[in-house]
Design a protein around this ligand. Structure first.
Ligand SMILES: Cc1cc2nc3c(=O)[nH]c(=O)nc-3n(C[C@H](O)[C@H](O)[C@H](O)COP(=O)(O)OP(=O)(O)OC[C@H]3O[C@@H](n4cnc5c(N)ncnc54)[C@H](O)[C@@H]3O)c2cc1C
Length: 317
């Protein structure tokens, strides 16, 4: 194998997404003398927040807890749009000089550990022509996320070959796809589906959410009024720290309550759904999962935008 490059660093970080950029910032702060590089398989940083571009793409967590402890989230929206999160990540990388350490189009293939040398040998490929690159490092941080970037999971649906409409996967949303006046079916009832439905309903003629089984859906304000007030009154870092702790503790409280009093939390969640939808919806069938709250992930709906009543103008969906 002809090696284009072979060098040694103290730390190699794999992936320049939220985790990789954060890891690099922490590394610089805690070990200032440390040498490091980031190998990023794609040509751009941001990972998830660069890849996913479907309509309405946003966080599910509030950004006061998903954001970095060392860099305040200062946007008014707490449940934030994908492009705002991407901007936050790239600004963080630029401010901390991390972007200069990223080697784009470097896809890590394998790593092997040598005990006598106390170091990793990492093999990667670079660029379209897949030039081999070898690097040695003492520590390897795998910040490579949890899904395949080249192809999102697509189950087999019988009859798709005969289907004359268009099939779109949210991981590879076609740029400029116009659904105006179209009848759309969204398959699934997880976070992506509950994000897509309100966004598509803005222009589509009709949107149906097709689900095998329901998910717990909880409405939360997209903006956190306490956080926004604290930010006006206090220095940014202090305000951010207080909101971060408030949200961490509240999340822990609700999670523990859901585990210790599942029936009570279930009644609370379903009561919220009934209130949002109004009369005429079969909440027992369409919004009541078979499992207890937090046996599986709970879906957050910012400002209750999944419910047609939450919108000013009536919409069909
Ligand atoms: C629409 C959406 C909303 C989400 N909302 C939330 C949320 O609100 N809260 C939450 O906690 N999580 C959320 N997630 C999960 C989200 O993926 C993580 O929170 C977070 O962004 C993951 O960051 P990461 O850096 O660990 O991984 P990623 O963002 O996946 O980044 C991994 C990076 O590693 C690179 N990479 C992978 N393999 C290699 C390789 N072999 N060699 C080199 N580079 C490689 C990739 O190209 C990528 O740039 C959401 C996910 C999606 C899709």
């Amino acid at each position: 194998m002809s090696m284009q490059e072979e060098q040694h660093v103290d730390v190699l970080i794999v992936g320049a997404g939220l985790s990789g950029i954060g890891a690099a910032c922490h590394l610089q702060a805690s070990c200032p003398g440390c040498s490091y590089l980031i190998f990023e398989g794609r040509e751009r940083s941001g990972g998830t927040w660069d890849l996913f571009r479907y309509p309405g793409v946003r966080s599910d967590s509030d950004m006061y807890t998903l954001g970095y402890a060392f860099r305040p989230w200062t946007q008014p929206k707490s449940i934030a749009d994908g492009h705002t999160i991407l901007g936050y990540l790239r600004e963080t990388a630029a401010q901390h000089g991390v972007d200069a350490k990223i080697r784009f189009n470097h896809r890590v293939l394998r790593a092997s550990w040598s005990t006598p040398e106390a170091c990793w040998t990492v093999d990667a490929e670079h660029g379209r022509d897949r030039q081999p690159v070898r690097l040695r490092c003492n520590f390897l941080f795998l910040c490579s996320g949890y899904y395949r970037y080249d192809a999102g999971y697509t189950p087999e649906f019988a009859g798709t070959a005969a289907y004359t409409g268009r099939i779109v996967h949210p991981q590879h949303w076609p740029e400029g796809l116009d659904v105006s006046g179209q009848r759309v079916v969204v398959i699934g009832s997880g976070a992506t589906a509950v994000t897509l439905v309100p966004a598509l309903a803005k222009t589509a003629a009709h949107v149906t959410l097709l689900q095998r089984s329901p998910t717990y859906v909880v409405a939360r304000p997209a903006e956190d009024p306490i956080a926004n007030r604290l930010r006006r009154l206090l220095p940014a870092k202090l305000a951010y720290g207080l909101t971060r702790w408030k949200n961490v503790l509240l999340s822990m409280f609700f999670f523990k309550l859901a585990r210790s009093r599942p029936e009570r939390v279930k009644r609370l969640i379903l009561g919220g759904v009934r209130q949002a939808l109004g009369p005429g919806y079969d909440v027992a069938t369409h919004f009541t999962p078979r499992y207890k709250p937090w046996d599986q992930r709970v879906c957050v709906v910012p400002d209750g935008d999944l419910s047609p009543r939450s919108r000013q103008a009536p919409r069909r969906w």
